[in-house]
Design a protein around this ligand. Sequence first.
Ligand SMILES: *Cc1c(COP(=O)(O)O)cnc(C)c1O
Length: 398
Amino acid sequence: MSEGRALRERFEAAFMPNYGVPPLALAKGEGCAVWDADGRRYLDLVGGIAVNSLGHAHPALVEAVSRQVATLAHTSNLYLHEPEVLLAERLIGLLGRPGRIFLANSGTEANEAAVKLAITYGRRHGRGYFVATEMGFHGRTLGALALTGKPSIRDKFGPFPIDVRFVPYGDAGALRDAVTGECAAVFLEPTQGEAGVVPPPEGYLRAAREICSATGALLVADEIQSAIGRTGHWFAHQADGAAPDVLTLAKGLGGGMPIGACVGFGEAATLFGPGDHGSTFGGNPVSCAAALAVLDTIERDGLLDNTKAVGGMLADGIAAIRHPLLKGVRGRGLWLAAVLTEPRSAQVQAAAQEAGFLVNALQPDAVRLAPPLVITEAEARSFLDALPGILEAAHVRA
Ligand SMILES: *Cc1c(COP(=O)(O)O)cnc(C)c1O
């Protein structure tokens, strides 16, 4: 039996069935390449779901994490440390306006902090409900799940402690109707990620900003998937011209180390008083050192430009392919969905894997590409060259 197959069987026996059994056991990575447990090499176009910003085993990340873990790995929030201060200052600098940071371990925890900020804001100003979007994804813990507009993952776990009203994503009129002077906060992704990498119509985020400003609701931008260079900008909202009151970050920030951040601006920067929120591991020195290395490397190596260039090349290359299974491509930067004419994304994922490429069957008709921001044109080209054959294999596959 292959190593991978043996590991998959042991996984199945030892783990809860919530993930099913993943199709592949990965053993190591370097740059945009990963190797499975049997030594087979793949080009990684998933990037740990938009997490491995610098690819695998990047020297800057290895150095920063190794040095920090050998110096001071954990303090708890009873003591502060320099890496967290540097990281908070760095994020505020990149955002370009005054704000304050809370550090967590994951995306859903960053959103839990945002929910508690919004509850605090609502109590202070007599505002009792939240607005979020259909098909939006904000995480699996109960506050974030309450805001998640996907009935299949949400409904089993209600009722929830907050009142959330859902509106169709991208419909500014529906948002205007839903947000009144009693609404505490609107939670939005600048582009819906888990729904299928779905960008909104032009002007939607600016309209959301205007609606929130006019009614006094907080605009919370969930940039957990869209930020840290993924779209070719540090933060997607910067390109949309819609500055949020609260911003949440995670995935790409740590380059693979667990970290999340909630940023508050204006009144939201100081809604929490001492004791209102906390995390034992949140903002631990090793994750902060990793995040600083990610931000430094994106800047030093011009990875925002690389993201625009290689992302544009990938999108153009996919758009130019004529195949009956391929409808088109959507997304921005290195965050794309190849959209299919039939619900065969699982077959595309499997055919790609056989051809040596990792892609993600995100929705039945959408295949996600979120490769490391260090991906080269030559690597992207190798995928584009293989894609017609992958589509053909997926087309005829059972
Ligand atoms: C992934 C994701 C989350 C949840 O992050 P976790 O780290 O898995 O908890 C929340 N919001 C968005 C937009 C995401 O893409």
